[in-house]
Write a protein that binds this ligand. Structure first.
Ligand code: GDP
Length: 475
């Protein structure tokens, strides 16, 4: 349509505009309605970023599409506090350090790699599901296998259950490391029984969960555990293309007094080289140096390899996507357009790329033709109400609409629950419990809906209404 047409139309609506003026969203909507046209509002920054990405990032003539090879598994260790995660990670790491190696034992860059007879394994050395789910909420799934550490004397505890639920929600397979079997009061069978209640049935009982008995303290069973990781990795057929530009995820970043911004990148495909132009989140630069987990300078890093990268314009954040670009100018341009987009989004008070689901949005989803699953995280003050609610809610699912309680536990609504909800498009229900301040803030940022109730039937009523609202009309 010509500018003249538009100006005439708006004039009739009582809006005086000139041909050089920007239109408000309302004016655009008005005009679209007049024309019977469909409008798609696109955020300017996002558009620009997509354009730049198409221009620079995906043009990669060094990539050979047939060059896919097996890659090492990336493993995260989870479990309840004090069950031995840190000691296990240290043991695995130290068992693999050759005496006298440069840098050596104390380098903690966020991940490390061990070399075994049957292959390599990459361990994320921040244990726990918090970092795991925070990354996932940002769209970065880096973990292939979860090692669930359960102390044989203590058994399944609240954070064990959380870890199980977080790993399951991410679809990441679990290997159980039954730790502290050296202790006199260790009772492996009792723990296996408890784990079976969470659908982790050990192989020796006919299930498919790999369980390895270990003692991190006495260095028992750790070789067996590593071997099982390799076996599972083979089954998972993990592969990547080592040719072409590197892509990966930022595992951590910090400002180093001498070296400037330093970030640990887990390369996920392609190969990163010193001198490459790169972008991660809003940071960009030329890779000045690459440092491996032993403190050695290296020239390249391929898939599943964690490296510290020097040369960023600023410190990128954990979970940021990392890309190598064709030229330094494009890295800068992409980073700056991202910054602009974030600013625009912040102005519009919107979070980027999150988030949980809102009850009201469910109907919209089904209209789009999706088969919706209402994921629920349930928190309650006492076990009795928790079970009663879980039971009642479980019965509300229909054929057309799934309902899944992806995590339930006694206790207040925490930041962790919100992260899980954001990563899994879930709704959080608190029964006689409230979110703490940090959880409230996180929920607001991630646009996660947290509903609190004091009466059981009110919960049922609301969820049922949502589920019924979700049902496809029958003709
Ligand atoms: P995390 O909180 O899960 O990281 O647990 P830590 O690795 O910090 O271990 C907690 C405590 O349990 C420490 O005092 C460890 O020495 C001890 N511990 C860890 N593994 C074992 C084990 O296999 N046997 C025994 N007896 N103690 C262990």
């Amino acid at each position: 349509r010509s500018a003249g047409d538009l100006i005439r139309f708006l004039l009739l609506q009582g809006e005086m505009v000139t041909a050089t003026q920007s239109l408000s969203d309302e004016m655009i909507e008005l005009y679209a309605a007049e024309l019977g046209a469909e409008i798609r509002m696109v955020d300017a920054g996002q558009e620009q970023e997509a354009m730049l990405a198409a221009r620079y990032l995906d043009v990669d003539d060094t990539e050979d599409e047939h060059a896919v090879v097996a890659r090492p598994p990336v493993v995260t260790v989870m479990g309840h506090v004090d069950h031995g995660k840190t000691l296990l990670l240290d043991r695995i790491r130290n068992s693999n350090v050759v005496a006298g190696e440069a840098g050596g034992i104390t380098q903690h860059i966020g991940a490390y790699q061990v070399e075994l007879d049957g292959g390599q394994v990459t361990f994320i050395d921040t244990p726990g599901h918090e970092a795991f789910t925070a990354m996932r909420a940002r769209g970065a799934g880096v973990t292939d296998i979860v090692i669930l550490v359960v102390a044989a004397d203590d058994g399944v505890m609240p954070q064990t259950i959380e870890a199980i639920d977080h790993a399951k929600a991410a679809g990441v397979p679990i290997i159980v490391a039954l730790n502290k079997i050296d202790r006199a009061d260790a009772d492996p069978n009792r723990v296996l029984q408890q784990l079976s209640e969470y659908n982790l049935v050990p192989e020796k009982w006919g299930g498919d969960t790999i369980v390895v008995e270990i003692s991190a303290l006495q260095n028992l069973g750790i070789d067996d555990l590593l071997e099982q990781i390799l076996v599972l990795a083979e089954v998972l057929e993990l592969d990547a293309n080592p040719t072409g530009h590197a892509r990966g995820t930022v595992l951590e970043g910090h400002l180093d007094v001498g070296r400037g911004p330093v970030a640990t990148i887990l390369v996920q495909s392609g190969t990163l080289r010193v001198g490459d132009s790169m972008v991660a989140g809003q940071a960009w630069g030329k890779a000045k140096a690459l440092v491996d987990d032993r403190g050695n300078k290296v020239d390249i890093a391929g898939p599943s390899v964690p490296v510290q990268v020097l040369g960023f314009s600023e410190v990128p954040s954990a979970g940021d996507q990392f890309r190598v670009t064709n030229e330094i100018a494009s890295a800068r341009e992409v980073a700056e357009s991202r910054e602009q987009r974030l600013r625009l989004a912040a102005n519009a008070n919107r979070a980027i790329g999150s988030s949980g689901i809102k009850l009201e949005d469910l109907f919209e989803q089904i209209q789009k033709g999706d088969v919706p699953v209402l994921n629920i995280i349930l928190k309650a003050d006492v076990q009795g109400s928790l079970e009663a609610l879980a039971d009642a809610l479980g019965k509300l699912g229909r054929d057309e609409v799934g309902l899944a309680i992806i995590h339930k536990a006694v206790g207040g609504v925490t930041e962790n629950d919100v992260a899980l909800a954001a990563a899994s498009d879930a709704l959080v229900i608190g029964f006689n419990v409230r979110p703490d301040r940090r959880a409230r803030e996180a929920a607001e940022l991630a646009h996660v809906e947290v509903r609190t109730y004091e009466i059981i039937y009110k919960v049922i009523e609301d969820i049922e209404a949502a589920v019924v609202g979700m049902l496809k009309p029958e003709y």
